[in-house]
Design a protein around this ligand. Sequence first.
Ligand code: FAD
Length: 483
Amino acid sequence: MQANNEISGERPNAVDADVLERIKAAVGPKGYTLDPDEIAPLCQSWRDNWHGWVPMVVKPANVDEVAAVIAICAASATPIVPQGGNTGLTGGSQPHATGTEIILSTSRMNKVREIDVLNNTMTVEAGCILADLQIAASDADRLFPLSLAAEGSCQIGGNLSTNAGGTQVLRYGNARNLVLGLEVVLPDGRIWDGLRGLRKDNTGYDLKQLFIGAEGTLGMITAAVLKLFPKPTEIQTALVAVPDPGASLTLLSRATDAVGEQVTAFELIQRRPIDFVLEHVPGMTDPFAEAYPWYVLMEISGQGAPDSLRDAVEALLGDGLEMGEVLDAVLAANRAQGEALWKIRESIPEAQNHEGQSVKHDVSVPISRIAEFLERADKLLEAAYPGVRCVAFGHVGDGNMHYNPVQPLGNEGADFGAEYSNINRIVHDLIHELNGSISAEHGLGRLRRDEAKRYKSDVEVDLMRTVKDALDPTNIMNPGKVV
Ligand SMILES: Cc1cc2nc3c(=O)[nH]c(=O)nc-3n(C[C@H](O)[C@H](O)[C@H](O)COP(=O)(O)OP(=O)(O)OC[C@H]3O[C@@H](n4cnc5c(N)ncnc54)[C@H](O)[C@@H]3O)c2cc1C
């Protein structure tokens, strides 16, 4: 695993004492911490590969306090690291090790301000935990569809700032598609109130989209108007064994022909990560009597009566069996069985950790090129690293795979992690050739910032720099990340 920005026990405080005093006065005693034990976990990443230090974590209670803090930081050129649930995977939410920055946390800004059932929207503060928003929507008999394995910890402000994807993008889009309005504090401390719940608004640039996916480099998102959807009343979940990734794509194509946008999730999983789950996660069993090379976890959902989609799914799988596109299938009999199938998929990242060092990729290509990507990437890596165990799983319905080669067996003494950049280069050069993206849903942060420059055109890099300079000319918002 890459290790970056190690701080080796040092806890520097390079923020002007007067700045810290003014921030304390702006947010009151509950609005900050100087306690090293409380600060330490907020300075390291979920995968423990990014570390840094700040002398103060600021926890404002509302947008006015956020604005006051950012104005103080702007006047004193004090850099700010915005932070939500700290589950980001690219080093965007952790500070550098210089002690010159503060963390600005949304953890106390967690109110649902309004649910407008007729408008199908909810207006929420940035610090709301994603799982809590799913429950709030459900309590209003609506669905908020953003869903990812970190949903018990990540916050909506972080989800929007990373333009998070997750498992239901195929049907509902990623975070960017789920927002109608934003409230943002700009790098100079001004508040932009863009909390409009409009589905049509053609009055110039769509400013909210600038801040979504900006990873805190253009301003601090403090609230959002989110889209709600009807709750599905009927869900069919199937784990389908397929011979190869190509077959998964034809199955997806037939599924969308048959039931249209009711195909809600479509995940491709190679056998090797299933083996890891069965070996390392207690209580997991193989739903099939024999092993198959690839699997699709498919969810089809709609508004009909219970089991009204079952015939369509059975026909889809039955035709697939006859055509050789499907080798076997388990169709969940009820919601609990469906959740058990999802548990296999969700356990993969944890299970993989037990297999030694791996090199992570979160890549996308046009869906039609997924099979070509997987075949060519495996060949390239096997040639360069004999015995490497390629691992692939992900949101194939969105053209997005998590492709994480693991160190060869019997190679425990060697430092496979030292090959991180070389392996990234092999995979990402191929992705570029296939007209794909080196970061499909996790963002750039620090992890992919410099690599992105290799693959983006000069024009694109220049446009991004121009936007950053225009909004944040003194570079106080999350410096060193993204651009
Ligand atoms: C187990 C696990 C599974 C995951 N699965 C997925 C997945 O399926 N799909 C996916 O897309 N991601 C996934 N992620 C990555 C991560 O959960 C998402 O990126 C999530 O959206 C981050 O939310 P957060 O609140 O934790 O943000 P943080 O980690 O706190 O911050 C992320 C970035 O946003 C900035 N930021 C945070 N809040 C604000 C704000 N209010 N205003 C401005 N900038 C802000 C931070 O500075 C940082 O750059 C996963 C992570 C884990 C640990």
